[in-house]
Design a binder for this molecule. Structure first.
Ligand code: DHB
Ligand code: MG
Length: 222
């Protein structure tokens, strides 16, 4: 009986295929000792397609890691588009920069080094982002969602990664701060009038997890 890993392999081979630049990015990230917590290829392409469907020209990513999902977004926005990606760990940002240059999209990506809490306020007053992908320290999900609404506009797409965490999100009493962050993020999406949202459970080579998908319907903070 095939497993979800076999299904992931079939879907990836059939719909994503070989991609030398993405493969090289993963290898460089692995060789540098970064954790293999980037999105699965099928999900990277999902994010890429979502950005294209939204006609996104400006994408904000919170949590760069080695730049794998960043490459997917950079391809989606095209040569005239812009991706701003925030990474707290300078060594990760360096890997990401090299991966982005090798993939030929370095010119359209700005890697900002620092915590989201420090970098996000510096983006205020700029042109609104069309899509925001939140994939960093899970404890800060509510803060990042607040900034997504502030830095977005009506219609901005917001994606929040890792909202299921092997099912743990259903445990209100979990002692795991990352799972609590996932819960708080989903609760905020449900309660905050600036968002209309849903979530999907995912099962791929990374295991059982999920993403929340939201649209900004208002940007007023009160
Ligand atoms: C973790 C973070 C991620 O963004 C992810 O996709 C999987 C795991 C983590 O910190 O455990
Ligand atoms: Mg993630």
């Amino acid at each position: 009986m095939p497993t979800h890993v076999d299904v992931d392999a079939f879907l990836t081979a059939t719909l994503v295929g070989d991609d030398p630049m993405l493969d090289a990015a993963l290898r460089a990230q692995h060789d540098a000792g970064l954790p293999a917590i980037e999105v699965a290829p099928v999900n990277g392409k999902f994010l890429h397609l979502l950005a294209r469907i939204a006609g996104a020209r400006r994408v904000l990513e919170i949590g760069t890691l080695g730049g794998y999902s960043t490459i997917w977004f950079a391809r989606a926005v095209g040569p005239a588009g812009r991706v701003v990606t925030i990474e707290a760990e300078p060594a990760n940002a360096e890997i990401a920069r090299a991966n982005l240059e090798r993939a030929g999209v370095g010119d359209r990506v700005e890697v900002r080094i620092g915590s989201g809490a420090d970098v996000l306020p510096t983006l205020a007053g700029g042109e609104a982002f069309d899509l925001v992908f939140i994939d960093a320290d899970k404890e800060s999900n509510p803060l990042y969602l607040d900034w997504a609404a502030r830095l977005g506009r009506r219609g901005t797409v917001v994606v929040l990664d890792n909202v299921v965490r092997g099912g743990e999100v259903a445990d209100a009493d979990t002692p795991d701060s990352k799972v609590q962050g996932a819960r708080r993020g989903v609760e905020m999406l449900g309660a905050d009038p600036r968002f209309d949202a849903t979530a999907l459970q995912t099962l791929d080579r990374k295991g059982w997890d999920g993403i929340a998908l939201a649209i900004v319907v208002g940007t007023a903070t009160s």
